[in-house]
Ligand binder design. Structure first.
Ligand SMILES: [Zn+2]
Ligand SMILES: [Zn+2]
Length: 135
């Protein structure tokens, strides 16, 4: 039996064939396995491995522990910061001008990266133009 005999089936894919019919057969099998898994999870949620990337990817679970595990595996945690129109306090305006990474500052202030970036830019520009006499 050779790869040609298996072509167009999931086994062809497992033998290393990546032609369209083999890939489709493989995809279909994965989809069927996933559907089966999700059906079992719906019947018994306790079988889902919560707090793992597998729970998130293979079981489509979006609970907090699974989402955390998944985002950590991707190297970052989700930041849920919405743009805000909150006025800048003098204290915040001061912080923005300090030599702190913008991303860290944005998180500390609960503002978006862009908001902090813009604020710093505007303040820098304002500060520069207010200097009547260049040194
Ligand atoms: Zn094939
Ligand atoms: Zn979960």
């Amino acid at each position: 039996m050779s790869v040609e005999d298996l072509c167009g089936t999931e086994r062809g894919y497992r033998y290393g064939c990546r032609c369209r019919p083999c890939t489709d057969a493989h995809r279909q099998l994965i989809a069927e396995q996933k559907a089966d898994r999700l059906a079992r999870a719906a019947a018994d949620p306790s079988i889902v491995p919560h707090g793992t990337t597998s729970g998130y990817i293979n079981w489509d679970c979006r609970c907090d522990p699974c989402t955390d595990a998944y985002s950590q595996s991707r190297g970052k945690r989700p930041t849920k910061v919405k743009p805000t129109n909150r006025r800048w306090t003098p204290r915040e305006a001061e912080l923005v001008m300090q030599d702190v990474p913008l991303q860290a500052l944005a998180e500390a202030l609960g503002r978006t990266y862009n908001a902090v970036l813009t604020k710093r830019y505007l303040q820098r520009r304002g500060a520069d133009s207010s200097k009547a006499v260049p040194s």
